[in-house]
Write a protein that binds this ligand. Structure first.
Ligand SMILES: Nc1ncnc2c1ncn2[C@@H]1O[C@H](COP(=O)(O)OP(=O)(O)OP(=O)(O)O)[C@@H](O)[C@H]1O
Ligand SMILES: [Mg+2]
Length: 151
């Protein structure tokens, strides 16, 4: 599935649709957010975290690597692997301890083995003044969600 997002508002609107399509309990889900610098990965992650009910600040996880949010129905872990050099560093992030929550991962290509256990890959690309978004289901439940978003 693929669509054009003309501006930041369209990216935020898509996050709302994604939230509506995800199951109520998204514990254990992993969504990969791919795309080059400034493609809109954080914009999408922030809007999704807000859609889950967070109203405070959403700092960039670029330096902290992980920003956790304990929300009423789910824990969300906003992860940015940009500065992660080696896959072993994932261990220091406490990756396995985040498995009760929803993991949103920017720069997932820094740890290619993540793709095997993820549910969805969202890829953002520059297109004219806006962005082109691709969504690909990886797990079975991720594939079901991707097809739900098309209809
Ligand atoms: N659909 C869109 N069309 C045009 N601009 C957009 C769109 N979505 C987001 N933006 C803008 O893109 C800029 C960069 O966004 P953002 O920080 O989310 O990117 P990022 O992919 O997380 O970057 P980084 O690689 O540095 O983490 C922001 O100014 C945001 O407003
Ligand atoms: Mg970002």
């Amino acid at each position: 599935m693929s669509l054009f997002l003309a501006d930041e508002a369209a990216t935020i609107e898509f996050a709302g649709k994604l939230h509506a399509a995800l199951p109520e309990d998204t514990g254990g889900w992993t969504i990969l957010l791919d795309g080059e610098l400034g493609a809109g990965k954080s914009t999408l992650a922030r809007a999704l975290i807000r859609a889950y009910g967070h109203s405070g600040a959403i700092p960039s996880p670029t330096y902290t690597l992980v920003e956790p949010y304990q929300l009423p129905y789910v824990s969300i872990y906003h992860v940015d692997l940009y500065r992660v050099g080696a896959e072993e560093e994932l261990r220091y992030l406490g990756w396995n301890e985040m498995d009760e929550g929803l993991r949103l991962v920017e720069w997932p290509d820094r740890a290619p083995q993540l793709a095997a256990s993820a549910d969805l890959r969202i890829t953002l690309k520059y297109e004219q003044q806006g962005r082109h978004l691709d969504i690909e289901g990886i797990s079975e439940r991720g594939k079901r969600l991707a097809s739900k978003l098309i209809s």
